[in-house]
Design a protein around this ligand. Structure first.
Ligand code: 13P
Ligand code: SF4
Length: 357
């Protein structure tokens, strides 16, 4: 039963004491969040993974790329467990290293001649945190950097101080939304389709480009529409609409604010009592915020339940099982990034942490 699982987790965690650090993303179920030492957005959790080098084990209640990042940033002695190995991220899976290398080769050929006199590189690769360690390592090798939804703008500013163009993967929406907010021209943001390279664009489009976007998206955030925002505004006059930047450009433009999950949490905490806030992000987070703020009307823009199915795969039974194994001296579902990949990925992650500590 739910209570039994809760008791097993509490018991194993108490016995492990300071030997274990449990990290939980904002999208996790309430029954998981209740046990996390830190709950945060992907940026905060990456930093939290470095803050307890004394903990032998990190149990990451989130998705695969987050656990990989924790392994890269934590000490080599610490183990990182992902309680359910099938908790991936469909967006992160939309760019693999083979596709990115092929894209890089073709774009480098197209753009090489355009190296300018100011010493700027033809292209800087930027990967969203939601990507495999291999992609982060690619960015480390090629003078690039990692960003999250909470620092994408600062990271792009850093990148454009070094390069004429940015190749941004895997989320086209975060790339487009951030670049547009910086005043860049949407017509200079061609989208690279890994299954149809150059298909929808000409070589000239890439030569003229500022932002080269990758044809990736989040299936949860791509569901939000401008019509939903219009309906929310009609039903709740004065409602504040806030959305995650993985939503489409049109949705972000129609909203009153956009930012990472930490931004969304913060906005709702600071909203005045009696106000209404419509949110365009994952339902577990929105429902928890609504329950925590009964004095405000907090609701999800999408009336149909809108969960991240992979985040939801971290069921309390897996957490109990992982902790009990740690207690017995056995690390299950360990996430390890090989040393070469980790070393290069760390370069790109540390660049991000210098730009946005
Ligand atoms: P945050 O960095 O805002 O936590 O976002 C992670 C994510 O996967 C959003 O879908
Ligand atoms: Fe990936 Fe979207 Fe889930 Fe975030 S909400 S983990 S981007 S699938």
């Amino acid at each position: 039963s739910e209570e039994e699982l809760r008791d097993r987790i509490v018991d194993a965690k108490a016995k492990l004491g300071s030997r274990v650090l449990i990290l939980g993303h904002f999208y996790q179920r309430d029954e998981i969040v209740a046990h996390a030492d830190f709950v945060g957005d992907s940026f905060q959790l990456a930093k939290n993974a470095t803050e307890r080098p004394d903990a032998e084990h990190i149990v990451f209640c989130g998705v695969h790329f987050m656990a990989e990042t924790a392994d890269i940033l934590s000490t080599p002695e610490q183990s990182v467990t992902l309680p359910n190995l099938s908790a991936g991220c469909s967006m992160a899976d939309m760019a693999d290293i083979g596709q990115v290398e092929e894209c890089w080769e073709q774009l480098s050929e197209i753009c090489a001649s355009s190296q300018d006199g100011r010493g700027l590189a033809p292209i800087i690769p930027v990967t969203y945190m939601n990507s495999s360690a291999a992609l982060k390592a690619f960015c480390g090798r090629h003078g690039g950097i990692v960003c999250t939804s909470s620092n994408a703008r600062a990271v792009l500013e850093w990148s454009f101080a070094r390069g004429k163009r940015v190749l941004f993967f895997p989320d086209q929406h975060l790339g487009r939304n951030t670049a547009a907010a910086m005043g860049m021209d949407l017509r200079r943001m061609p989208v690279w389709n890994p299954f149809r390279p150059l298909g929808d664009n000409s070589a000239e489009d890439y030569r003229d480009a500022q932002m080269i976007l990758w044809k990736g998206f989040c299936s949860v955030h791509q569901r939000f529409t401008v019509e939903q925002i219009e309906r929310a505004r009609a039903a709740y006059p004065g409602v504040k609409v806030i959305v995650h930047p993985e939503c489409s450009f049109e949705v972000v433009n129609a909203a009153d604010g956009t930012g990472s999950t930490a931004y969304i949490v913060n906005e709702i905490e600071n909203a005045p009592a009696g106000s209404a806030v419509a949110v365009g992000t994952e339902i577990n987070l929105v429902n928890r915020l609504a329950a925590d703020h009964p004095d405000k009307t907090v609701f999800c823009l999408d009336p149909v339940v809108c969960p991240c199915s992979t985040m939801y795969r971290i069921h309390p039974a897996y957490l109990a099982w992982s902790l009990e194994h740690l207690l017995a001296g056995d690390v299950v579902n360990r996430i390890t990034v090989d040393a070469d990949t980790a070393g290069e990925a760390k370069i790109a992650l540390e660049r991000m942490l210098r730009v946005h500590p």
